[in-house]
Write a protein that binds this ligand. Structure first.
Ligand SMILES: Cc1ncc(COP(=O)(O)O)c(C=O)c1O
Length: 427
């Protein structure tokens, strides 16, 4: 079914709202108009009826340039990926060099590839000594799947405990440990033996027992609207896992890689997970996931059964070159240190605006609560129309998100905040 002669960009500007999709869908159906299908019409799958629809020509620094000659400030870093901005020179150069050497040569785990070795060396060098063995995979959700499997393999147990509000990905296993029932119901049955405890709820820790294979938590919850736990809760969670022999998996796919003002968010809470899961910004813009554990535990994936987790493209040389380049930038450019102070300046400004009810912030990770979904929709659409990209949270509809690249300048921040201020005041 084709859409009816609409302009993709102007259409999406006025109509996109992920929380009333079925209402908008029904509107089209009732008025006997075909539902617009802008990506499907060019042979691409759609994930919503109302994609933003920007047609990207190129991206550089904090800006995305579209084919109609417009420039947009990417104030969400492609949802927590472009922490180093777009097109960082060192990342581009390293990727070019790797392309000249080789691309895929063999399924993961058989050959020694210099790009994988370098990525693992650099990553383990910035992690605690117990997190000394990396498994690079293709996406965040795959890394979560593999981490859950590793926890079952290590403990011989089946129960998985996750947190209310969690988002860990979109394949069956990671969806099973994600909390938003609206997103899961259609795809049941999912994994059995999954329990949810309150994020930051002390009393619920008792539910972790000797039957529990692992507890999985985002160190700072993202999709729930940037929820920052108390250090005391995370520390008690760590203790309870140790007491019961359950593994603690921390998902830093979104809150890692400098986003919250330290390279890894767990550093701020005085704990170390048994398995750390990374993704998104780790690759500097190439698709990657990674789970990191002790050598002793990771060794268990080699037997009983052999090939405990395998994937053809895991640890792809180009992707690992991206990881190395990204970690080298963090090593050389010292970009993380100023993030918390500058983030607090942004939060203070946002808190001073009318309609803003609460701002949750750590580093450059922000959720801004407004009185209603309609306010949020207005802000996101106004900002997009005025060249600044902000976005929704799926599980926190009264909040909008900003997560600028860590490399953004003060002048660029002020430019974006000016647009957000006009959007908020103009409601
Ligand atoms: C905290 C968290 N975990 C897991 C994922 C899944 O990662 P991916 O989309 O790369 O599969 C995401 C993605 O947004 C995430 O934010």
């Amino acid at each position: 079914m084709k859409g009816e002669g609409y302009s993709l960009q102007s259409y999406s500007l006025h109509s996109y709202n992920p929380f009333s999709q079925s209402r908008i869908y029904l509107h089209f159906k009732i008025h006997k108009r075909s539902v617009p299908t802008p990506l499907l019409d060019i042979g691409l799958a759609q994930t919503t009826l109302y994609p933003f629809g920007l047609e990207v020509e190129r991206a550089e620094g904090v800006y995305i340039y579209t084919t109609d000659g417009k420039r947009y400030m990417d104030f969400i870093s492609g949802i927590g990926v472009n922490n180093l901005g777009h097109g960082h020179a060192h990342i581009k150069q390293t990727l070019h060099e790797q392309i000249e050497k080789h691309l895929h040569v063999m399924v993961y785990g058989e050959y020694v590839q210099a790009s994988q070795k370098r990525a693992a060396e650099l990553l383990t060098a910035v992690l605690p000594s117990s997190l000394n063995t990396c498994y690079f995979v293709n996406s965040g959700t795959e890394a979560i799947e593999a981490a859950l499997k590793l926890a079952k393999r290590v403990t011989g147990r089946t129960q998985l405990i996750a947190c209310k509000g969690a988002y860990h990905g979109n394949t069956h296993g990671s969806m099973s440990v994600s909390h938003n029932e609206k997103k899961k119901a259609t795809f049941r049955p999912l994994l059995p033996d999954v329990e949810f405890i309150g994020f930051n709820t002390m009393n619920d820790l008792e539910r972790i027992t000797h039957k529990t294979a692992c507890v999985i938590a985002e160190t700072i919850q993202g999709d729930a609207g940037v929820r920052i736990p108390d250090a005391a809760w995370l520390q008690a969670l760590r203790t309870r896992c140790t007491e019961t022999g359950a593994l603690l998996i921390l998902d830093e796919i979104q809150c890692g890689m400098g986003r919250t003002g330290t390279l890894f968010a767990f550093e701020q809470f005085g704990i170390v997970p048994d398995i750390l899961v990374l993704g998104k910004a780790l690759g500097g813009g190439v698709p990657v996931g990674c789970f990191v554990a002790s050598r002793e535990r990771m060794t268990l994936l080699t037997h009983d059964p052999m090939l405990g987790h395998i994937s053809t493209f895991a640890g792809h040389p180009l992707v690992c070159a991206g990881v190395s380049a990204c970690l080298e930038v963090f090593q050389n450019e010292k970009i993380v240190a100023p993030v918390e102070t500058r983030g607090q300046r942004i939060a203070t400004f946002l808190r001073s605006l009318p309609h803003v009810q609460e701002v949750r912030q750590r580093g450059y990770y922000f959720a801004i609560d407004l009185p209603s979904e309609e306010h949020v929709r207005h802000i996101v659409e106004y900002c997009l129309a005025h060249g600044v990209i902000t976005f929704w949270f799926l599980s926190c509809p009264w909040s909008f998100r900003i997560a600028p690249p860590l490399t953004i300048s003060d002048a660029e921040i002020d430019e974006a905040l000016g647009v957000i201020e006009r959007a908020v005041r103009g409601y």
